[in-house]
Design a protein around this ligand. Structure first.
Ligand code: GLC
Ligand code: MG
Length: 543
């Protein structure tokens, strides 16, 4: 019996999960910032898509130095977004619509305003308060080692000691407002056990876990060799003990609780250890997300992800976009690539590729890519706004940009604001129906064409609805084989899932599928052939 068939079924085997960036989804109180009240009002949009779960980006109290990934209190709700009472209401309203709720767990670092960090600053060197973080003496006036922040600049900041003298340094793999915890410290482990229980007891259905590969650092904090991925700050073997602990904790509850990890590793095979049967249930398949629009490249990533599932039975977590990467329309629409600026982030050039974009072409391809992922076994995570076919907003004025990636890289990297612009709901309403206030990031005029209320039968939104419904009806997400079919064309991939054949044409000419594959039941372009840059699902005629 294969690893897949011996597992008990869980909701994440084939779920469609809607990723909701709260700040930019819908604003209910007119302050220009999305909030939980806005989410509640628009839940029917998500249920209507056919999603089975929502992942909320962090909505805890936070000074917003990295838009919620700098948490000051892990057991509350950011006052801009609502209260714990609003949160409870959201969980109830979501559950009533068959939508599970996943929160974002951010264990690598907190905010520099977290009470533990302010206590650490006050307590001074050698204290138990400092031991919860990574404080070290410098090398003379230089930082303790040469590690760099993912967002630009050094990964260390020097503090002023309580007596006014220049003092120790603390480690932050991201901004200086995000001090890293020391995950070798037992107090940190105990605190997070309690945080997980706090939310599980409130009814959440799982966590997306931030920066899983970063929690444990090399014990000696050895210097980075300078070549791309820092092998001393990421992917340390001791990290797995943490996931085993959380898996055991989650299994202490008698309902389905999902742990899905954000794990960036250079070799997709490195994910296997995170997916052992007593660790994470899933890890995102970023390998597929970073592939160019090329049949061979896409097929390779699907095969590598299937190999992950074959090892431990963990269903794939497919994703084509999230709040850190350029939107799919824009990535797939690049017609003249430009070199990426230098970055401390080994994956930046893949996540946010630059170049001249043909939006119409990108739109066609993104729709085809949707049919590709929705035909695959596993769960599919859809980032808000992708269902509207939104392109990345590439031309935000610099004064409007808020992402620390932009500011810490001295503007060299534009960062992630362009996929976080508040959503357009109604073409004719102020702020396109996002809310009555001035949106926290400016919306371009062309957003009107993408508003949910002007999307007709041929639109991307309707394709999402049809395709997600068909995926459920045809059982395409369920565990099972991806059986590749010969197409005779390097630019066309095809695979069979049960009775259904999915064809994706990344080439420049039409592809006519052989008659025995059946008739088109769903297509991203034109019905007759699988035209250039489109995809289709075929199935034998039903009698
Ligand atoms: C993850 C998040 C990203 C955040 C970073 C630091 O990569 O997805 O948005 O800035 O971690 O928490
Ligand atoms: Mg608001």
């Amino acid at each position: 019996m294969s690893a897949t068939s011996s597992r008990t079924p869980s909701f994440w085997d084939d779920a469609v999960v809607y990723q909701l960036y709260v700040r930019s989804f819908a604003d209910s109180d007119g302050d220009g910032v999305g909030d939980l009240g806005g989410v509640i009002r628009r839940l029917d949009h998500i249920a209507g898509l056919g999603a089975g779960a929502i992942w909320l980006n962090p909505c805890y109290p936070s000074p917003q130095a990295d838009h919620g990934y700098d948490i000051a209190d892990y057991r509350g709700v950011n006052p801009e977004y609502g209260t714990l009472e609003t949160f409870d209401r959201l969980v109830a309203e979501a559950h009533a619509r068959g939508l599970r709720i996943l929160l974002d767990l951010v264990p690598n670092h907190c905010s520099d305003r977290h009470p533990w960090f302010t206590a650490a600053l006050a307590a001074g060197p050698g204290s138990p308060e400092r031991a919860r973080f990574v404080f070290r003496d410098g090398r003379g006036d230089a930082p303790p080692n040469n590690w760099q922040s993912v967002f630009g600049g050094p990964a260390w900041t020097r503090v002023t000691e309580p007596d006014g003298t220049p003092g120790q340094w603390y480690l932050h793999l991201f901004t200086r407002e995000q001090p890293d915890f020391d995950w070798r410290n037992a107090e940190v482990l105990a605190e997070f056990d309690d945080i997980l229980r706090f939310w599980f007891d409130r009814g959440v259905d799982g966590f997306r876990i931030d920066v899983c590969h970063g929690l444990i650092k090399d014990a000696a904090l050895r210097d980075w060799d300078g070549g791309g991925y820092n092998a001393h700050s990421w992917n340390q073997p001791e990290v797995h003990g943490i996931f085993r602990r959380w898996r055991a904790l989650a299994e202490g509850y008698d309902r389905d609780l999902l742990l899905v990890g954000e794990v960036w590793v250079p070799d997709p095979g490195d994910l296997d250890d995170y997916l052992r049967p007593d660790e994470l249930h899933q890890a995102f398949s970023f390998d597929l997300l970073v592939q160019p629009w090329d049949a061979g490249a896409l097929r390779g990533a699907v095969e590598r992800a299937a190999a992950r599932t074959a090892v431990h039975g963990a269903p794939a977590a497919w994703t084509l976009a999230n709040h850190d990467v350029h939107r799919a329309v824009t990535r797939y629409g690049i017609v003249r690539p430009e070199p990426a600026p230098p970055s401390n982030d080994a994956f930046a050039a893949l996540m946010r590729p630059r170049g001249e974009v043909d939006v119409k072409l990108g739109e066609r391809r993104a729709r085809a890519a949707l049919l590709l992922v929705l035909a695959l076994p596993g769960s599919v995570f859809l980032y808000q706004g992708e269902e509207l076919g939104l392109p990345e907003v590439l031309d935000l004025p610099d004064e409007a940009r808020q992402d620390p990636v932009f500011h810490r890289s001295g503007g060299r990297e534009k960062g992630r604001d362009g996929c976080r612009v508040p959503l357009p709901w109604s073409a004719a309403a102020p702020a396109f129906g996002f809310g009555t206030g001035t949106p926290w990031l400016p919306q371009p005029d062309w957003f009107a064409a993408y508003a949910a209320d002007v999307q007709d039968e041929t639109s991307t939104l309707h394709l999402y609805r049809r395709a997600i419904r068909a995926r459920h009806e045809l059982g395409l997400g369920e565990p099972g084989e991806v059986a590749w079919l010969a197409t005779g064309e390097d630019t066309v991939l095809a695979f069979r899932r049960g009775e259904v054949v999915c064809v994706v044409n990344t080439g420049a000419t039409d592809f006519t599928p052989p008659a025995q594959w059946g008739a088109v039941v769903l297509h991203s372009g034109e019905p007759a052939v699988v035209a250039a840059d489109t995809a289709a699902w075929l199935a034998p005629a039903r009698s």
